[in-house]
Unconditional design. Structure first.
Length: 404
């Protein structure tokens, strides 16, 4: 028996959750699993909005069958061709011979790349602004390329004012009974994972997200149905504002993310002392992370949230400590920008880490260095107390001057 959830007249959620998966895209930790959403419209014609991952095949197919209630499936709309959302195209084509696959030219190109099924006669090609009538419901298609693949489009139901948003507006985390964002304490329970999802999956494509938001700005949207995470039926301006901040690489609030690599605890000690000084000076929202212990996706999420950052690292084999190097690589590849940054470098005989971190920051957009990098030799000494204090004062003053 499979539970389906009616989310609007004629529209049913037919997704599910995978709590066993350890890594999303075999990269990002999933301590709370992940949800896969699919939606079925049962009008004069029936249409399925995307499919799901193979990990929940049984519950998905049973859900589709239950929502159809003995009817056939006329259309499957492929908003996004990533395999966790299109894995069942072949099986659905086998079960429902009349089914058409709705997509754009890039959709069909990727179908040919991923699958070997003979389905050319099933392709139903749509263009920007095209519509598809199901009866009472009319679907309108909006292309949103590179949010976050080139074939991505969104589908708008004009009858119920619902946006089926592909991977946009999604989140890590399995469903816990509740399907809608307003049924949970979103800020506490889901926002950090929504931010981590955006920053690491979509973060590189801020300009493309801004273009999509501009396209959607004049549309009367009353519900957003993403492919991962909760469905939004209330507080849509809150969600859209978060996406506007993230895609413009503007911080949500003032605060400092202090990230360090430390081989024997000496660089850690310097960063800890700096965090203590910042707390004493009234700096809000301090986050301290050991980059060798904390997966970079979590730190990236915090960097997208807060206005300032501190990076501390020892020199390693003449270069930057490898864990910090990995974090800087992710920061650059995800296009992080518009942050105020301070540096702490360490080295025992040929210190280079501060200079290397500074050089990496110079290759990113609008990353402003605060104060002079604090350079330590092996361990922080009492005679450097004034330097530490000066750096803390520079950061505290900058944070207090921040206007969000």
């Amino acid at each position: 028996m499979q539970c389906t959830r009616q989310i609007a007249p004629d529209i049913y959620w037919v997704g599910g959750s995978d709590r066993r998966l350890a890594l999303f895209e075999n990269l990002f930790p999933l301590p709370d699993g992940v949800a896969y959403n699919s939606y079925l419209i049962a009008d004069e014609k029936t249409a399925l909005m995307d499919t799901v991952d193979t990990s929940i095949t049984r519950q998905f197919l049973e859900g589709v069958e239950a929502a159809l209630n003995g009817r056939g499936l006329d259309f499957v709309v492929v908003n996004h061709m990533e395999p966790d959302h299109c894995a069942h195209l072949e099986e659905l084509a086998r079960r429902y011979p009349q089914m058409k696959i709705v997509g754009n030219p890039k959709t069909f190109q990727m179908i040919r790349q991923f699958y070997t099924m003979e389905c050319e006669d099933r392709f139903y090609q749509v263009g920007e602004g095209d519509t598809l009538s199901l009866g009472r419901h009319t679907l309108r298609f909006t292309f949103t390329p590179m949010v976050h693949w080139p074939e991505v489009m969104m589908t708008y139901d004009t009858a119920e004012h619902i946006l089926f948003s592909a991977d946009a507006f999604g989140s890590f985390g399995a469903h816990e009974g509740h399907l809608f964002s307003d049924e949970v304490d979103f800020d506490t329970r889901r926002l950090p994972e929504a931010r981590r999802y955006y920053a690491n999956i979509v973060g590189k494509y801020g300009p493309q997200v801004q273009a999509a938001l501009k396209k959607l700005s004049g549309v009367d949207i009353r519900m957003i149905c993403p492919l991962h995470g909760p469905v939004w039926r209330r507080d849509l301006p809150y969600l859209l504002d978060k996406y506007d901040h993230w895609s413009r690489y503007q911080p949500e609030k003032p605060g400092v993310v202090l990230s360090y690599a430390s081989m024997y605890g000496n660089t850690e000690n310097a960063v800890t002392l700096l965090a203590d000084r910042l707390a004493e000076k009234g700096v809000p929202n301090l986050r301290v992370y050991d980059v060798s212990k904390t997966h970079p996706s979590y730190i990236i999420g915090e960097l997208f949230q807060l206005s300032h950052a501190v990076f501390g690292a020892p020199t390693y084999n003449g270069g930057m400590h490898l864990a910090m190097e990995n974090l800087f690589h992710d920061m650059a590849s995800l296009n992080l920008q518009n942050r105020k940054v301070a540096l702490i470098g360490n080295g025992s005989w040929a210190p280079a880490s501060a200079a290397l971190m500074k050089k990496r920051l110079e290759g990113m957009k609008n990353m402003t260095l605060i104060g002079q990098p604090l350079e330590i030799r092996s361990s922080l000494k009492q005679e450097q107390a004034d330097e530490l204090e000066a750096l803390a004062n520079a950061i505290a003053s900058s944070v207090k001057e921040t206007r969000i």
